[in-house]
Design a protein around this ligand. Structure first.
Ligand code: SF4
Length: 341
């Protein structure tokens, strides 16, 4: 929903200012999914709003819930046809939403189901922020009073290839008139579009940055993530050093552990060496996650091997956390979003 347009509508129709507050309360607090449900508004205004504005910029095609974890996945159809997916999860006490920033993705990472779809188009800021509004509506219906606390740009697409709309979406989502989600609770995960790191440091300094690393060897990383041919580890390091100089905040290095491909002692040593070559290496934190079998090639490692990986990094004075993969039974885990019906 474009709230600016609603504000203009209220103004141009000379409606009293309290109508805007009633709309805000109905949509962003109570989470109503239809204008007619906002009972504080007179019927003629409900009808006028219904005629002029859609609350969400897409239609729900399918909603799935995990039997294993508190995870829900929605397949959404954009108005011009492409489908995207978004995920709601509760890994601990708080609800997090994983949003998509593109329909499909042009980068074709070997381990990722989205990459296999190819690229359809960039999402608008409204389509991105509406994914969170969609889950807000869901929570008010199913878990009255609970709210989305965190947002991660880890769904379909590479957010930094759609930087302008992603930045706008962050501003919308953190706006106190909208869902009021603090920027420190928003994370952007990138495959390494390094020439945008400086923009992030200067324009969105409070937003968390996560780099999908997955391999510290240039040749192997290029096989896994073809974008490494353009932004290789040397370029990423240079731009990340600059980012840390401008914005001394922890950066997360996401490392999907693929058994037999990136978890040998030599891989771990190379990763440790790369991280410890940074001037501000203490600001880098590795998140290890066992890969999901989204593609037939990727093998999931035993969880003990992932913990051993973390221990080996800690011995090199590198902070490392093992993350649990959630929602794999509904293909809602990292790398599994494929917008299948
Ligand atoms: S991992 Fe991310 S960047 Fe790579 S293909 Fe999948 S969606 Fe695109």
């Amino acid at each position: 929903m474009d709230f600016i347009k609603i504000k203009d509508f209220v103004k141009t129709n000379n409606l009293p200012a309290y109508r805007l507050n009633q709309i805000r309360q109905g949509i962003f607090v109570d989470g109503f999914a239809a204008w007619r449900d906002i009972k504080t508004l007179p019927k003629n205004l409900q009808e006028a709003l219904n005629k002029n504005f859609k609350i969400l910029s897409f239609d729900l095609v399918k909603l799935q819930s995990s039997k294993l974890d508190k995870v829900y996945k929605a397949l959404l159809k954009l108005y011009d046809g492409p489908k995207i997916e978004t995920v709601l999860m509760k890994p601990g006490k708080f609800w997090s939403v994983c949003v998509s920033s593109q329909a499909g993705c042009p980068l074709g990472c070997a381990f990722c189901a989205t990459g296999k779809l190819g690229f359809k188009r960039n999402l608008t800021a409204e389509e991105i922020s509406d994914q969170v509004l969609f889950w807000h509506q869901f929570l008010q219906k199913e878990f009255k009073g609970e709210r989305v606390s965190n947002i991660v740009f880890m769904g379909m697409g590479e957010p930094l290839l759609n930087y302008v709309e992603v930045k706008k979406a962050v501003e919308i989502l953190s706006n106190k008139d909208y869902l009021n989600i603090g920027k420190r609770h928003i994370s952007i995960s990138t495959s390494g579009i390094a020439d945008k790191f400086e923009n992030l440091a200067k324009e969105l300094p409070q937003v968390n940055l996560a780099l999908s690393l997955h391999n510290a060897d240039n040749k192997e990383r290029s096989t896994l993530m073809p974008i490494n041919r353009k932004y290789n580890l040397d370029i990423i390091k240079q731009e990340l050093e600059n980012y840390l100089k401008l914005n001394a905040r922890e950066v997360f290095l996401e490392y999907t552990v693929i058994d037999g491909e990136n978890n040998s002692p030599a891989h771990i040593r190379k990763l440790g060496k790369w991280i410890n070559s940074f001037k501000d290496n203490y600001l880098l934190h590795v998140n290890l996650i066992a890969c999901n079998p989204a593609t037939s090639k990727a093998k999931t490692p035993p969880i003990a091997a992932v913990y051993a990986f973390a221990e080996a990094l800690e011995k090199m004075n590198i902070k490392a956390t093992v993350r649990k993969s959630l929602g794999s039974d509904i293909s809602a885990a990292c790398g599994q979003l494929a917008a299948k019906n």
